[in-house]
Design a protein around this ligand. Structure first.
Ligand code: NAP
Length: 345
């Protein structure tokens, strides 16, 4: 059976999702919706031209929408679900059981009304934050602690709007707090959901997920594409989201994000992602996404590879999401997601 797929938003992740859908047997790209009306009317593939409105997307009768806008909207997704369209998204809904109740209830009612399924995933949150640790836990009898460390230097990340405006790098320390920024509060909640997902899936019986946020400042100006971080403003953020039960730290995601050199006094960690399970037995894996492991590629290509991975995790999940019962399908609910295109050209 062929699944008719529409793409919502054509940013770094959306463009990679389009390529993924076009390459996947069993998926048929039927519509592409842009956020910026100036991008409408562009032919993506023969028979598919970008559109600016949800109505035009619906007119293409998709079975599933790949929803990757910069800022997600509960209302937009609920409308799609109510229309009977499955939604896979990299933007939110990684563990709806632990999201704001009003949003969850609205989305669930819409999905059940429309007989559709919603799945949120990606690289992290998503694969490295949940699918990989859960897969590794299959090697383990008793789990005592699960941690994921993410270490990234954002100075090569081309989306400076996200680096500066959303993540607040380059702002004075007092403005770089969860309470001072809607985006940071939203982002922190997504990672808390990820910790809950691991805890709930592995029987941790967590009491709470606490957030610690530390920042450090740049000693000298740091140029970042067309912008710059001024000396004395924030160029390093460390976020730790820790799931606790009975006073013990059982599940932790520790993200150390920097822009250029920093004198932050944080534990040295390898660039990329490290999953560690302390248990019987203990297991650890270090993970990276690169444009190639065998051929020379530019730093830009390597950075972009993370967007490809983010997109493919949800594109490759589409057949499983389409087959899942109406409602929510988390990373923990779905079978292991594998490449649909595989070795095919
Ligand atoms: N789970 C993960 O691992 C993971 C990793 C990376 C990103 N993400 C999330 O995935 C989503 C897409 O990321 P991205 O890197 O593709 O982002 P992006 O390039 O910054 O933006 C995506 C697109 O969103 C549209 N857009 C612009 N302003 C908008 C607004 N105010 N409201 C809604 N949409 C707007 C634009 O679409 P048009 O170009 O079509 O006009 C833009 O190209 C984001 O929500 C991001 O946080 C998740």
């Amino acid at each position: 059976m062929v699944v008719r797929v529409a793409q919502w938003a054509t940013g770094a992740v959306g463009q990679e999702a389009i390529r993924g859908v076009l390459g996947a047997p069993g998926l048929d790209l039927v519509a592409v919706k842009v956020h910026d009306p100036a991008k409408a009317g562009v032919e993506v593939t023969p028979g598919v031209t970008t559109v600016a409105t949800a109505e035009e997307l619906l007119a293409a009768r998709p079975d599933c929408v790949v929803y990757t806008p910069r800022t997600p909207s509960v209302g937009e997704v609920a409308d799609l679900l109510r229309a009977g369209i499955d939604v896979v998204t990299t933007a939110f809904c990684f563990h709806p059981a632990r999201m704001a109740a009003a949003d969850r209830d609205l989305l669930l009612a819409a999905a059940l009304d429309g007989g559709a399924t919603l799945h949120g995933s990606g690289l992290n949150p998503g694969s490295f934050g949940a699918a990989v640790p859960l897969a590794l836990s299959g090697l383990v009898r008793q789990v005592r602690r699960v941690t994921l460390t993410e270490r990234a230097d954002w100075s090569v990340y081309e989306s400076t709007q996200i680096t500066f405006d959303a993540m607040r790098f380059g702002a004075p320390p007092a403005e770089v707090t969860e309470a001072a920024s809607d985006f940071l509060a939203f982002n922190a909640d997504l990672f808390r959901q990820q910790v809950w997902l691991l805890g709930d899936s592995l029987g941790a019986d967590l009491d709470e997920v606490v957030t610690r946020h530390d920042v450090a400042t740049a000693a000298a100006d740091v140029p970042v594409f067309d912008r710059a971080i001024a000396a004395g403003t924030v160029n390093a953020q460390r976020w730790r989201w820790t799931g606790r039960a009975g006073g013990a730290d059982l599940v932790e995601i520790d993200c150390q994000w920097t822009v250029g050199p920093t004198d932050a006094d944080w534990p040295p960690t390898q660039h990329g992602w490290t999953v560690t399970i302390e248990g019987d037995p203990s297991v650890s894996a270090h993970l990276m996404t690169l444009a190639s492991l065998s051929e020379p590629r530019s730093m830009e290509d390597h950075v972009h590879a993370a967007s490809t991975a983010t997109a493919m995790q949800v594109v490759n999940a589409i057949p499983a999401v389409h087959a899942a019962p109406p409602g929510f399908a988390t990373t923990a609910d779905l079978p292991a997601v594998r490449s649909l295109q595989g070795f095919r050209a």
